[in-house]
Design a protein around this ligand. Structure first.
Ligand code: PEP
Length: 252
């Protein structure tokens, strides 16, 4: 079975002003010079999407960090998947642990948001991951596979589905699971995808996220069933992010 082309995605979270456009231009130049054997995506705050899409980078796609589950209507302050698509995005992150924690989003909401993204032709990057308490209690596999099963919409197909495994305790902490622990979870997620999509499940990217940086990217990205990364802090500066992207130049 072939593996999907890797995706290295950056989540800028609530960071960046219009001046951050220079990071996209710099990243584009770095990729032009040094190459990239993976797809590259940056998901900025809503306020920057239009500015960054207008750069029309040859190598860097632009996505969003969230969307509403409805397409329009009386939802003050919210943004729909259709609006995001209209700006030129191809991806939306849904179910990030910070949304699950800060906004009380449950699997049902994540499923509805992923469905909204997919219904307008966008790819949903569905985030899952266990807390430190769940890991210590030996429940990581159970929690993550349950989240994957419950968060993938019934109408999903392999072409519009990406999973990001992000242990909550590894996000922004500088801590990472061992390669063996990452492999165990990614293999379990793959099994869920094979059950759901039969052999086509091999073609879905399963990203790892949580304190990925240039110095650990090669080790983490080389793990079986890791098909890319979702990166927070180290995606804000083009040079740091390219350090992660270039791990794929070594993996091949
Ligand atoms: C994230 O927020 O998705 C993330 C992985 O953050 P960091 O890389 O900073 O741990």
């Amino acid at each position: 079975m072939t593996t999907p082309k890797a995706l290295v995605a950056g989540n800028w979270k609530m960071n960046g002003l219009k001046s951050a456009a220079t990071e996209i231009m710099r990243l584009n130049d770095l990729v032009k010079e040094g190459g990239a054997r993976c797809d590259i995506l940056i998901c900025p705050a809503f306020t920057l999407i239009s500015t960054l899409c207008d750069i029309n980078s040859e190598y860097v796609a632009i996505g969003a960090q969230d969307c509403h589950m409805n397409m329009n209507g009386a939802h003050t302050g919210d943004i729909s998947a259709e609006m995001i698509k209209d700006l030129g995005c191809g991806h939306i992150i849904v179910g990030h642990s910070e949304r699950r924690a800060d906004h009380g989003e449950m699997n049902e909401t994540v499923n509805a948001k992923a469905s909204a993204a997919q219904s307008v032709g966008l790819k949903a990057i569905i985030c899952v991951g266990e807390t430190i308490e769940e890991r210590k209690a030996g429940r990581a596999l159970n929690v993550v596979t349950s989240q994957v099963k419950a968060s993938i919409p019934s109408g999903a197909v392999v072409e519009n589905t990406i999973i990001a495994y992000e242990p909550v305790w590894a996000i922004g902490s500088g801590l990472t699971p061992t390669a063996t622990d990452v492999e165990e979870v990614h293999n379990a997620v793959r099994d869920v995808l094979l059950e759901r999509f039969s052999d086509h499940g091999t073609q879905i990217n399963i990203l790892y996220g949580g304190s990925v940086k240039a110095s650990n990217a090669l080790e983490l990205m080389s793990v079986n069933n890791v098909n890319g990364a979702l990166v927070g802090g180290a995606s804000l500066k083009a040079d740091d992010f390219y350090g992660i992207i270039s791990a794929y130049n070594e993996i091949g």
